[in-house]
Design a protein around this ligand. Structure first.
Ligand SMILES: NC(=O)c1ccc[n+]([C@@H]2O[C@H](COP(=O)([O-])OP(=O)(O)OC[C@H]3O[C@@H](n4cnc5c(N)ncnc54)[C@H](O)[C@@H]3O)[C@@H](O)[C@H]2O)c1
Length: 246
């Protein structure tokens, strides 16, 4: 589980632990990760492992899986959640920012999937992978082209990898959240919640729990026939696709 010290990743982790899963969590922010691990380990002793570091780096991905094998002796699923949202005017967008968003959002997810699939294949018992896409991977959004491209690619990754993973009884699906209130989105835009609520048909922004509950469903046995799909969770925003006024 990558990018799990806060926001959607943390909420998915809590829901998984609540259901009795054992989870290895990762975050690039080591301090925040340590704090979260302390709290979770208190509540679910022995069920939480961790690997700090940049989830786009192969050594971090390998360590994450090694930690799961070492701590729990097995793996069942992976959630490639870590992602960065870099806004920027297309004409000014720097190659450095382009590389960064591609690395974290795509390379990290691709190689986490490759490494977990190898581990699952070795155990020969099947499993699941969830990729964290976005509804702006489906609709265009101003100043967000590089990010949107990565999120569209994640949906295609899920579709394409069905062919590689299904023979080993591994499913792969993507989740495409819409505007979801987290510390980051609130900090980036103080009136985020109201601005989005006014243009989402449901009249509300999502909270991380909305995404976490769907993720748990896709990881569950009830979803074993769902494969290569992208589940949009946006309160209906993408059927209209208006932008907030600012
Ligand atoms: N919040 C939203 O509105 C929204 C909407 C659509 C999609 N998403 C996607 O959902 C995922 C989670 O979003 P969020 O808003 O909860 O995220 P967030 O920005 O709140 O970050 C979650 C965590 O990821 C960590 N992180 C960042 N880069 C990392 C890296 N390279 N390696 C490891 N950890 C890293 C951060 O330190 C943070 O703790 C992302 O992939 C994001 O693109 C979010």
């Amino acid at each position: 589980m990558t990018g799990a010290a806060e926001g959607i990743g943390l909420s998915i982790t809590k829901h998984l632990l609540e259901q009795g899963a054992r989870v290895v969590i990762n975050d690039i922010n080591a301090d925040a990760l340590n704090e979260v691990v302390g709290v979770l380990d208190n509540k679910y002793p022995g069920n939480v492992g961790f690997t700090a570091g940049d989830a786009s780096k192969l050594e971090v991905i390998d360590e994450l899986i090694a930690t799961a094998m070492h701590s729990f002796g097995t793996v069942d699923f992976a959630v490639a959640n870590a992602g960065i949202t870099l806004f920027g005017n297309f004409y000014e967008f720097s190659p450095e920012n382009f590389d960064r968003v591609m690395h974290v959002n795509l390379k990290g997810a691709f190689f986490l999937t490759q490494r977990i699939a190898k581990a699952l294949r070795k155990e020969n018992k099947g499993g699941s992978v969830i990729l964290m896409s976005s509804n702006v991977g489906i609709l265009s959004y101003p100043n967000l082209t590089a990010y949107s491209m990565t999120k569209a690619a994640l949906s295609m990754m899920a579709r394409s990898l069905v062919l590689e993973l299904a023979p080993y009884n591994i499913t792969i699906n993507a989740i495409a959240p819409g505007a979801t209130v987290t510390k980051r989105t609130r900090t980036q835009e103080p009136d985020y919640e109201q601005a989005w609520a006014s243009i989402i048909p449901r009249g509300k922004t999502a909270v991380p729990e909305d995404i976490a509950k769907s993720c748990l469903f896709l990881l569950s046995k009830d979803a074993e026939h769902i494969n290569g799909e992208t589940l949009v969770i946006d309160g209906g925003w993408s059927v209209i696709g208006q932008y907030p006024k600012n």
